[in-house]
Design a protein around this ligand. Sequence first.
Ligand code: GAP
Length: 477
Amino acid sequence: MANENTLQNIISHCKEYGFIFPSSEIYDGLSAVYDYGQYGAELKKNIRDYWWKCMTQLNENIVGIDAAIFMDPKVWKASGHIDNFNDPMIDNRDSQKRYRVDHLIEAHAATLPNKDGEALITKMEALLATEDYAGLKRLIEYTNIKCAVSGTANWTDVRQFNLMFSTDMGSTGDDADKIYLRPETAQGIFVNFLNVQKTGRMKIPFGIAQTGKAFRNEIVARQFIFRMREFEQMEMQFFVRPGTQKEWYEKWKETRMQWHLSLGIPPERYRFHDHAKLAHYADAACDIEYDFPFGYKEVEGIHSRTDFDLKNHQQSSGKKLTYFDTEINQHYLPYVVETSIGLDRTVLMVLSEAYKEEDLSTAEKQDSRTVLKIPALLAPIKLAILPLIKKDGLPEIARKLMDECKLHFKCFYEEKDTIGKRYRRQDAIGTPFCITIDHQSKEDGTVTVRHRDSMQQERIPLESVKQMVLDSMAIKL
Ligand code: GAP
């Protein structure tokens, strides 16, 4: 319950302070679609940039691309998404509400004593792995799972629903023009594999990274930006020599976990979860799960995708996609290890970790604050510059500092209200440093820096402010 409240508080905080709003809110919002406000967009961009830098700048053998969202529909036939990208669903006849079977059973399992809940999940996973839909329905009936809306167990059969959105390209609108909004960014990488390999003279092993929007018609969309219908992925396909995929899979598991830890999140907040049911393309797969306010859930998937995608695209397009390995004098279709992380889920992870309600009461007075302890590298605003008063030449000194720093990182200038109020507003949006310029600054060229997390204040020379902020943003991998 306390955790449920935490998620609700985070959602309210995000709306109140310009991080995330429901889409089309003045029309009451569009289900499972969200807009990022002024601070949310900065946070999201900083996470995206950090991932991009870690992939394409720190690794000499990984390059980034930006493929289109629309692709030839044959791509989705070859990738298996038209035939296999389905979720087993069940409808309650009385409420007409549709549920994803795994979510319905998981939610019920969470209400049972630990051992019974785990046993139920184990049974469900076995039935999902064998695609035994009649068995899943029997399990739901036998366990007496009821619809949360109607309160009845009047269920339909379990059926499969495709998760891809489609639209028409061109003007005739007949079936021949049907195209899909990509459900993953990965296929844009596969179809460009040879373009990049040849033009970049890339040698295996090498990777191609991409960030961008993906779309899934999630039936049960919930938990804020955790499961959306329009979301952003950051994916990297690493092309390796067949037979070495296991080794690379382990290597990328470790590398990606290191990246997560570099966000300053403690190791005990993460765990690996190996997939019992493998996706149609994988020979090994796991998730990195983070302990969200609603429990451990997937943030990132690491998948050993074999040569499934390249093989199918080669067959379907009739274009040869093999690579000539000069070290062993052989042509082959590379195997692929994929790392796939949801950007929005990472935003929610960073916010969940950063959000703190602190009681600052003393014997004399009651006090509290809400603060976002976001790592400086990711914080929307790095530095707030606050002249103590609007006169006596203090704004001029503050403006000069602003001009010196704003080329290097995002700053915020504010003259209004008491310093205490201004500090609290910056705490709420996660600004790591506030600089106050007072009359002493005019005399000795020092300013007060107030640290967000400790709330400690110290005087430092004006000319050291820029470097202090830059040092705090250094990547520590
Ligand atoms: N190319 C592989 C792939 O797409 P996935 O496990 O389906 O794998 C990868 O998705 C990541 O994308 C997930 O770990 C999650 O972070 C994010 N993701 C997937 N569906 C999402 C949704 N509906 N809303 C937000 N993020 C989602």
